[in-house]
Write a protein that binds this ligand. Sequence first.
Ligand SMILES: Cc1cc2nc3c(=O)[nH]c(=O)nc-3n(C[C@H](O)[C@H](O)[C@H](O)COP(=O)(O)OP(=O)(O)OC[C@H]3O[C@@H](n4cnc5c(N)ncnc54)[C@H](O)[C@@H]3O)c2cc1C
Length: 410
Amino acid sequence: MPTETIETLIVGGGQAGLAVSHMLSRSGSPHLILERGRIAERWRTERWDGLRFQFPNWSVQLPDFPFRRADADGFATSPEIVEYLSSYADHVRAPIRCGVTVTRLSHGNGASGFLAETSAGPVASANVVVATGPYQRPIVPPLLQDDPWLFQVHASKYRAPDQLPAGAVLVVGSGASGAQIAEELLRADRRVYLSVGHHRRMPRRYRGRDLIWWLSFLGLDRTPTEKRGPDRSLPLITGAYGGHTIDFRAFARQGMTLLGRVVAAENGILDIAPDLAKHLASGDAAYAGFLDMVDAHVARQGLDMPAEPGARAVYPDPPQVAEPLRRLDLRAAGIGAVIWATGYSCDFSWIDMPVIDGAGEPVHRDGITDVPGLYFLGLQWLSRMSSSFLSGIGEDAARLADHIVARRSA
Ligand SMILES: Cc1cc2nc3c(=O)[nH]c(=O)nc-3n(C[C@H](O)[C@H](O)[C@H](O)COP(=O)(O)OP(=O)(O)OC[C@H]3O[C@@H](n4cnc5c(N)ncnc54)[C@H](O)[C@@H]3O)c2cc1C
């Protein structure tokens, strides 16, 4: 098969691939996007039905393309995000080929530039932007592999409560996915056990403004990677049911059973770490720290934003805090389903160049690698906190496109 040649190849047709495509088009730089599925594939097939975008409609923004919604303070559904990204692709006339997987990326035969092997034949290029997403390979701890009687699903394949067999459900993981899925199941009258690990709980709204407004107003979303501190986790928030603050103690009051981290399992009996109190406390500290920061800023600037002492109210601890559950017999508890909301890892196994470190993560500075012409875009904390947010992609995309154009002139 003859090798197709293009100046810049973009791998991935999500928000990152589309945004950098727009930036390259603006400077007349020829390029091609290859997408193995459809535009915004992950929003089509890797999100549950009840998920709401966690950022309010007014804040959703791709470069040069506003997200117009009558309900500015509402939270979009996944189909609405798919529609927005698809319209964006049309609007910027993105040169995208869907249904084409890049299976290997290398230097080719030692010549400068890159050779991408794809499901539709080879493509040579001077530059490659890898925009395959921050959430690529679902992580499922190998704890319950020998329990075929149990229905197990990763959060990326969970759809709705009625997908699960009748009975109680264990949700493992208390990040944005775990917390939201656990709440959805509780509202669907399921008996829910939630294994709580490290999280960074934030208020949905405070002193009259949404968290996203505060992140932007205080400049926190622009925190550069080198200043992010040891905690890499993103804010734990939800846009479901009109958007509200996630409070695990409130879930417990509504009947949810909270547990510490699941550390081992044998014959369907789980060992649970006695660390629920520790994780609730660190989530509380993140939450209170944010309120303190806002209060200090409001006081310093003399802003007219009414105080909200109610935001600091704390429900009593559920009994499992003082007397942690150390073992959970899934059968005895009537648990027939486990949802693994245990996160994702990268999968750059198809990149055959020395830019991936021992942990499988790309080595780069703000998306630019040591291999001239090879870039990464859209990853968590690529250059700053908002790098993987839909509304934060524009700046990174513009910077990488400028680098590509400068390379071309050089
Ligand atoms: C449950 C959940 C909720 C989220 N909610 C929000 C939210 O409310 N707000 C927000 O801003 N972000 C949210 N995110 C994060 C957001 O979904 C991602 O940051 C976003 O999808 C990243 O966009 P991207 O273009 O970088 O990557 P992706 O959307 O992952 O797009 C990458 C594309 O690359 C394609 N691809 C991968 N490998 C190949 C290959 N080898 N060849 C060809 N194509 C390939 C994939 O099919 C995919 O379409 C959420 C994530 C999850 C998991």
